[in-house]
Write a protein that binds this ligand. Structure first.
Ligand code: ADP
Ligand code: MG
Length: 250
């Protein structure tokens, strides 16, 4: 579902991603761990066309990111074509980024109606089902300011799901939450994982990585230092840098 081959990305003279190769299979849930500044967000942003990689190949759901393939050749996509592709890749951010002047339902139906051209009545019916799924069936008419951080993040997840994406990317989805609200968001993510959603989750929640993810990737300094089954990487890290990082967060 996701394929990265020798991906590199620099900002000015700083190489933030150095030769990253990674595969994520359909239905797989992969967590990315690593210290601040190691390139985790940049990696997600490259997957979602928010940044363009300098080198290497990225494919999501079979399509090269940023390019279209014709007769074996790659052609750069135009901005409107990039926007179209981005629909297929859901992204949930640390800050929930809900529109403050819209209710939960209005937030969820915005893209299905405006971008996919769905009928408003059908989009509202879909949104209600999604809100039920994230445990907020009774909050559809609430504005973000009337919801807790955990509830807002669950609306943000429902909003991403409303586009029926092939993959969902999470960038530290619980880092901005009060500790007592982290669990309700992880619970929704666990349910999605069990239902077979393909997910890449940048997180510091080691428990989630260990118990829910199929694979853990540890990044440091723009490279993948090690990856493998959670029990291997977390309980028995092979590299000094992984050991040091885990000692700090566990
Ligand atoms: P992480 O998510 O692991 O904390 P990031 O991918 O956000 O790491 O950042 C990796 C490095 O790239 C950091 O040194 C950061 O300052 C730098 N960086 C990220 N985005 C930009 C940008 N748009 N312009 C310049 N430098 C950036
Ligand atoms: Mg980050």
């Amino acid at each position: 579902m996701i394929e990265l081959r020798n991906v590199a990305k620099s900002f000015g003279s700083v190489e933030v991603l150095k030769d990253i190769s990674l595969d994520v299979h359909a239905g797989e849930v992969v967590s990315i761990l690593g210290p601040s500044g190691s390139g985790k967000s940049t990696l997600l942003r490259c997957l979602n066309h928010l940044e363009t990689a300098d080198r290497g190949v990225i494919r999501v759901a079979g399509e090269p990111v940023g390019y279209k393939e014709k007769n074996g050749k790659l052609y750069e996509l135009r901005p409107n074509e990039i926007a179209k592709r981005r629909r297929d890749i859901g992204m949930v951010f640390q800050r929930f980024n809900l529109f403050p002047h819209m209710t939960a339902i209005e937030n969820i139906i915005e893209s299905p109606v405006q971008i996919l051209g769905h009928k408003k009545s059908a989009a509202i019916a879909d949104a209600k089902v999604l809100l039920e799924q994230v445990g907020l069936g009774d909050k559809g008419d609430n504005y973000p300011s009337q919801l807790s951080g955990g509830q807002q993040q669950r609306v943000a997840i429902a909003r991403a799901l409303a586009m029926k994406p092939s993959v969902l990317l999470f960038d530290e989805p619980t880092s901005a939450l009060d500790p007592e609200l982290v669990g309700e968001v992880l619970q929704v993510m666990t349910k999605l994982a069990k239902e077979g959603m393909t997910m890449v989750v940048v997180t510091h929640e080691i428990g989630f990585a260990r118990d829910v993810c199929d694979r853990v990737v540890f990044m440091d300094g723009g490279v993948i230092v090690e990856e493998g089954a959670p029990e291997d990487v977390i309980q028995n890290p092979q590299h000094e840098r992984t050991k040091r990082f885990l000692a700090r967060v566990l």
